[in-house]
Design a protein around this ligand. Structure first.
Ligand SMILES: NC(=O)c1ccc[n+]([C@@H]2O[C@H](COP(=O)([O-])OP(=O)(O)OC[C@H]3O[C@@H](n4cnc5c(N)ncnc54)[C@H](OP(=O)(O)O)[C@@H]3O)[C@@H](O)[C@H]2O)c1
Length: 337
C-alpha cells in the first residue's frame, strides 16, 4: 500500500513572532519556524545575555532582557510562551494584556482555575490563546480524525496511548521541582490525555493511580477514563522508563494504530475487523513538526478568527480539569494551590 503524503506548509511571514524564554523547547520552536518561513522578530529572557545569544543563533532582530519588555514590544503580533508550567498563566496574561495573541506551551497551566482565567481574558480582549499541544496540528492526526469521521473503523469504542521517557532524576531539574509544576503528568501525561479528549471528548469519569518521587512529583501515571457513549480510554505516562510510545484506537469495524512515536509525526495504519491493513498514512516532516501549530495561529490571524477547531480554549481548560482530577487521585498538589 502506498502511504499518503502531503506538502509541508511554508509561512508567508506575515505574523511577527516573539519568543518568551530561551530554554530547550524554545530553541526547537525557533529552529522549526526559521526552517519554514515564519518570522521571529523578538525574543525575551530573564537574562539579556541569554536573549542576545538566542537572537544571534536564530537571526532575531530584537533581544529583550525581561519578559515584560518582550510583551510590550509593538513590533510583535504573537508570543510563544516556553517557560516552566507554573509561569504559563502569568506569562500568557501579560501577553494578552499587551494585545498580543499567544501560543502557550503544554501543559496549558498548572490547573483548570488558572486555565479558565487565561481563556476568559483572551475572550474579553478578542485575542487568540492556543495551547501548543503540537500533536493536534500534525498531518497524521488530521488523517486519524478523517478516518474516524468517515467510519473507517466503525463506531469508536476505546483508545490507548502511552508516553514514557527516561528523564533527569536530578532533584533540582524543573521536571522534579513541584514549584515549577514538575512531574510526568504535566510534561508527558498531558499528551495521551489531550488525545483522549480530542477523539472521545471530555471524560464523564476519571480514575487514576501513579507513583511519586522523592521530591513529591508524580513519576508515573496510569489513567482510565470513561467518555460519553460508554467509551473508554486508558493512558500510561512515565518519566522513569522509555516506552515505545504508540497509540491505538479500537472500533467496532477495525482499528487505527499510530506507530512510534505517536505524538510526533508518525505512521498511521488502518486495519479492518479481519486484521487486514486497509489504509496507511506516512509523510516526511522537516524539522520536529512544531511549525504546524504556528501555521494554525497564522491562519486564525489571517481569517480574523480566535478559536481553532483543532484545539479550542475550552478543550484546553477541560484537559486541565481532567488532570486536576488525576492529581487528586495521586495526592499531588503544587505549592500555593
Ligand atoms: N512541545 C514539546 O515537544 C515540548 C518539549 C519539552 C518541553 N515542553 C514544554 O515547554 C515548557 C518549557 O520546557 P523546556 O524543556 O524548554 O524547559 P527549560 O529547558 O528548562 O527552559 C525553560 C525556560 O524558561 C525560562 N524560565 C523562567 N523562569 C524559570 C525558572 N524559575 N526556572 C527555570 N526556567 C525558567 C528560562 O528561560 P530564560 O532564562 O530565557 O528566561 C528557561 O530557559 C514546558 O511547559 C514543557 O512542558 C514542550
Amino acid at each position: 500500500m502506498t502511504p499518503t503524503t502531503e506538502a509541508a506548509p511554508i509561512s508567508d511571514g506575515n505574523v511577527r513572532w516573539g519568543i518568551l524564554a530561551t530554554g530547550g523547547i524554545a530553541r526547537v520552536f525557533a529552529r522549526d519556524l526559521s526552517m519554514h518561513g515564519h518570522r521571529i522578530v523578538a525574543v525575551g529572557s530573564r537574562s539579556l545575555e541569554n536573549a542576545r545569544g538566542f537572537a544571534a543563533e536564530f537571526d532575531v532582530p530584537s533581544a529583550h532582557g525581561t519578559y515584560q519588555d518582550l510583551v510590550a514590544d509593538p513590533e510583535v503580533d504573537a508570543i510563544y510562551v516556553a517557560t516552566p508550567h507554573t509561569f504559563h498563566a502569568t506569562n500568557a496574561r501579560a501577553a494578552l494584556e499587551h494585545g498580543k495573541h499567544v501560543l502557550v506551551e503544554k501543559a496549558f497551566t498548572i490547573n483548570a482555575g488558572e486555565a479558565r482565567r487565561v481563556v476568559e481574558l483572551a475572550s474579553e480582549r478578542g485575542l487568540i490563546v492556543l495551547e501548543a499541544m503540537w500533536t493536534r496540528f500534525l498531518p497524521h492526526m488530521a488523517f486519524v480524525r478523517r478516518a474516524i469521521a468517515e467510519g473507517r473503523i466503525g463506531e469508536v469504542r476505546s483508545l490507548h496511548a502511552e508516553h514514557g521517557q527516561r528523564l533527569p532524576t536530578d532533584p533540582a531539574h524543573r521536571l522534579n521541582a513541584p514549584e515549577l509544576g514538575g512531574g510526568a503528568l504535566l510534561d508527558l501525561g498531558v499528551y495521551p490525555l489531550s488525545f483522549a479528549h480530542d477523539l472521545l471528548g471530555p471524560p464523564t469519569e476519571v480514575m487514576a493511580t501513579g507513583t511519586l518521587g522523592p521530591t513529591g512529583v508524580d513519576l508515573s501515571v496510569a489513567t482510565i477514563l470513561r467518555h460519553a457513549g460508554d467509551r473508554i480510554s486508558t493512558t500510561y505516562s512515565s518519566m522513569e522508563s522509555l516506552s515505545r510510545n504508540t497509540a491505538q484506537v479500537l472500533g467496532s469495524e477495525g482499528r487505527i494504530e499510530i506507530g512510534s512515536v505517536w505524538y510526533a509525526p508518525a505512521r498511521v495504519a488502518v486495519y479492518d475487523a479481519d486484521d487486514r491493513l486497509v489504509d496507511a498514512f506516512e509523510r516526511p516532516v522537516s524539522g520536529r513538526g512544531m511549525q504546524y501549530q504556528a501555521t494554525e495561529v497564522e491562519r486564525l490571524i489571517g481569517a480574523g478568527e480566535t478559536v481553532s477547531p483543532l484545539l479550542t480554549p475550552d478543550d484546553s481548560v477541560a484537559v486541565m480539569a481532567t488532570m486536576d482530577q488525576v492529581r487528586a487521585a495521586l495526592g499531588v498538589r503544587y505549592p500555593g494551590e
